[in-house]
Design a protein around this ligand. Sequence first.
Ligand SMILES: *[C@@H]1O[C@H](CO)[C@@H](O)[C@H](O)[C@H]1NC(C)=O
Ligand SMILES: *[C@@H]1O[C@H](CO)[C@@H](O)[C@H](O)[C@H]1NC(C)=O
Ligand SMILES: *[C@@H]1O[C@H](CO)[C@@H](O)[C@H](O)[C@H]1NC(C)=O
Length: 365
Amino acid sequence: MAQSLISVLSLWLVVFLGCIGLLECSQPTLPAIYVFGDSTVDVGTNQYLPKAEARADHPFYGIDFPHSVATGRFSNGLNIVDYLAKFLGFELSPPPFLSLLDKKEGIYGKIILLSKGVNFASGGSGILDETGKRKWGNVVALGDQVQQFARVHDIISKLQGEGGLANISKSFFLISVGSNDIFEHFLTNQSTSAKHFIATLMSTYESRLRNLIDLGAKRFGIISVPPVGCVPLVLNSTQDGSCSKPMNQYAILFYKALQGVLLKLSAECQEMKYALADAYTMTTLIIKDPKQFGFEEATKACCGKGNFNAEPCTPESDLCKDRDVYLFWDQYHPTQAASHLAAQTLHAGGGFVAPMTFGQLASLA
Ligand SMILES: *[C@@H]1O[C@H](CO)[C@@H](O)[C@H](O)[C@H]1NC(C)=O
Ligand SMILES: *[C@@H]1O[C@H](CO)[C@@H](O)[C@H](O)[C@H]1NC(C)=O
Ligand SMILES: *[C@@H]1O[C@H](CO)[C@@H](O)[C@H](O)[C@H]1NC(C)=O
């Protein structure tokens, strides 16, 4: 399994290099990508959000981004959605919805011009409406992100008619959410049982997916929750610096339950297709044997201070020397190198995405 990750990576490199200069490789087969979720796929939403405290708009965020700018991505450089967009044939990862609202030309023209997609993801947010708000001041919850997409849908319908709506049904809906709901559940020491809590998350998640399906979405690339009990912040809080087993148990339950929801929805709606990524198993393999995947450090954050560098990443933080050999960039998030590996695995396969890869989902007729 592990070796296939590596061989898939080199295969991708060959395909990519082979494409340079060939026009057909740079043309998207998909009309657009719409992105929903939390900081794992946020490309700057929170910078446009008043009172949002989950922000990555300062050094050392973005140190490996072109021109070393902090764009609001919770990474030293690109994140997983940037790489997926590239692999799916797009030149750029879609812009934050809130950045389009700000433009003088108005939201309408701009969105249509950039109709290769929109990113609604907001760092700190979760499936539940209240998740993240206490800790981070302001976030855009998944339900509000879906409402924002409904506005985009109306604009496309008005300006592009049937053709625009047909394009929505062929577009890729990428969703990565759930970690913050679990973090907050543990932070606030809820007494609800794991089973009951996951069921609550799933009923809300299912209803958001139904809203999107009602708005014409048909192709869903969904990333499940990674091992939240193994991020540097949590390692610093356990007695012996090991992963929190209870938190990871929630991540495992989350994946199983989400699998059930997606099976049910796709049985009900024949045209709905999905690819579900098991971020838990994929990341756990790397944590168990980092060297096999080209990493040297899978516990300590690259940017931070204190034990495990678990304090927030700021301009005063300690910074690791070789960012490419760290799994974690900051107290919660993966490095650009880890995002790259994850994106190519989800796109091309390797056993962590089912019933098809993101690449196969994108190229369905
Ligand atoms: C639909 O998407 C294709 C690209 O896949 C684009 O060429 C076409 O103009 C779009 N149609 C409308 C009505 O926007
Ligand atoms: C959390 O809850 C448990 C029992 O439900 C209790 O023993 C513990 O003291 C609580 N911890 C905090 C920090 O409130
Ligand atoms: C890390 O753990 C130490 C010891 O429990 C604690 O004092 C510190 O606040 C923790 N750091 C973070 C960022 O939570």
